[in-house]
Design a protein around this ligand. Structure first.
Ligand SMILES: [Mn+2]
Length: 335
């Protein structure tokens, strides 16, 4: 049983705004429960399933329990469900509820050709957004303005929204890996980190670039070169059957060797798809493995509190023997 709207979309082609349930029995047609509000759209968009209307939200657990009971299901895997629903189902249905989330992640983790093509379009929108942001980010302009111009540019090119809250972090704020925009005005010599993504046909994109507003200092350039070098050597490992922890270690040991190890405070990358952060996870303790068709970020960063920070991020399509970068904005801009 799926309740997460992205999982339901993946399985049926219908993106609910929330509150839908999809039962996928082993040997009969899937059943999709949706609200009255979404009925007509689901009729047009949902594929290969039997549609049922949720007439009364307060009775939904009773309805689901009855279906599970009538179809004689004894054991069902769930992707996610609220505690209230869980307790209700236990009481009404009395079957065995299992954690089934891994089943669907195993499917979503590897993208097919159609998904890759869609994600390349999403990546193009992110490329546009980041380029507009960096053109806007000059001394005297505030961070809100930078985010607004970038988001507007993506939106009028048919982005369905931003993939996550746009990050624009300038000067000392660039040391926050996730610094939302503020009214701070960019000053000459500031590092400016822009991390942005778009949504195209429900799939998300993610790119980060860092520039200096003015002439980079020797130190800024040294940190930038370290991050780029780490990204480059890790990139060589974005291939089938590679252990994610090893990919992370490749970038991390280079950064550590240059003396910045303690300032690289997050994992190297994450899967991207219908969600902005999804499996596989590329981090020191990850037990995931890359597979051909995974779409994963490669984003080393160095953040020195009180001084500033710097990150460069690309989306990589994992291939058999090598990866392909699908975000195409040049990495060396004013640095
Ligand atoms: Mn990212």
């Amino acid at each position: 049983m799926a309740h997460n709207s992205k999982n339901i979309y993946y399985l049926t082609g219908f993106m609910s705004t929330g509150g839908a349930y999809l039962l996928v029995p082993k040997d009969s047609e899937p059943i999709l429960w949706i609200s009255k509000l979404e009925w007509n759209r689901a009729k047009e968009e949902a594929e290969n399933c039997d549609l049922r209307m949720i007439k009364q939200r307060s009775k939904v657990i009773k309805t689901l329990s009855k279906e599970l009971h009538d179809s004689k299901l004894k054991k069902v895997g769930f992707d996610e469900i609220e505690v209230r629903e869980y307790l209700g189902l236990i009481k009404e249905w009395r079957g065995e509820m299992k954690n089934g989330v891994q089943l669907i992640w195993n499917l979503r983790k590897v993208k097919d050709d159609e998904e890759i093509a869609i994600m390349k379009e999403a990546a193009k929108l992110a490329d546009l957004g980041v380029q507009v942001a960096l053109d806007t980010a000059v001394p005297g302009i505030d961070e809100f303005r930078v985010a607004a111009e970038a988001e507007y540019a993506m939106r009028i090119k048919q982005s369905e929204g931003t993939a996550f809250e746009t990050i624009v972090a300038s000067g000392p704020r660039s040391a926050f890996p996730h610094g939302p925009p503020t009214k701070r005005k960019i000053q000459k010599g500031d590092l400016v980190v822009v991390d942005i993504g778009a949504i195209f046909r429900n799939y998300r994109s993610d790119i980060t670039r860092t520039i200096v507003a003015g002439r980079p200092s020797k130190k800024q350039r040294e940190i930038f070169d370290t991050v780029i070098e780490a990204q480059e050597i890790a990139f060589k490992r974005y291939k089938d059957k590679m252990k994610c922890s090893l990919v992370d270690r490749t970038a991390r040991s280079l950064i550590t060797k240059k003396g910045y190890g303690k300032y690289f405070i997050h994992g190297l990358g994450h899967g991207i798809g219908l969600d902005i952060h999804e499996p596989p996870t590329v981090s020191p303790n990850s037990r995931d493995q890359l597979e051909k068709g995974c779409l994963v970020s490669n984003e080393p960063g160095i953040y020195i509190p009180g001084v500033g920070g710097l990150r460069v991020e690309d989306m990589i399509q994992v291939g058999q023997n090598s990866g392909e970068r699908i975000t195409l904005t040049p990495r060396r801009i004013r640095l």
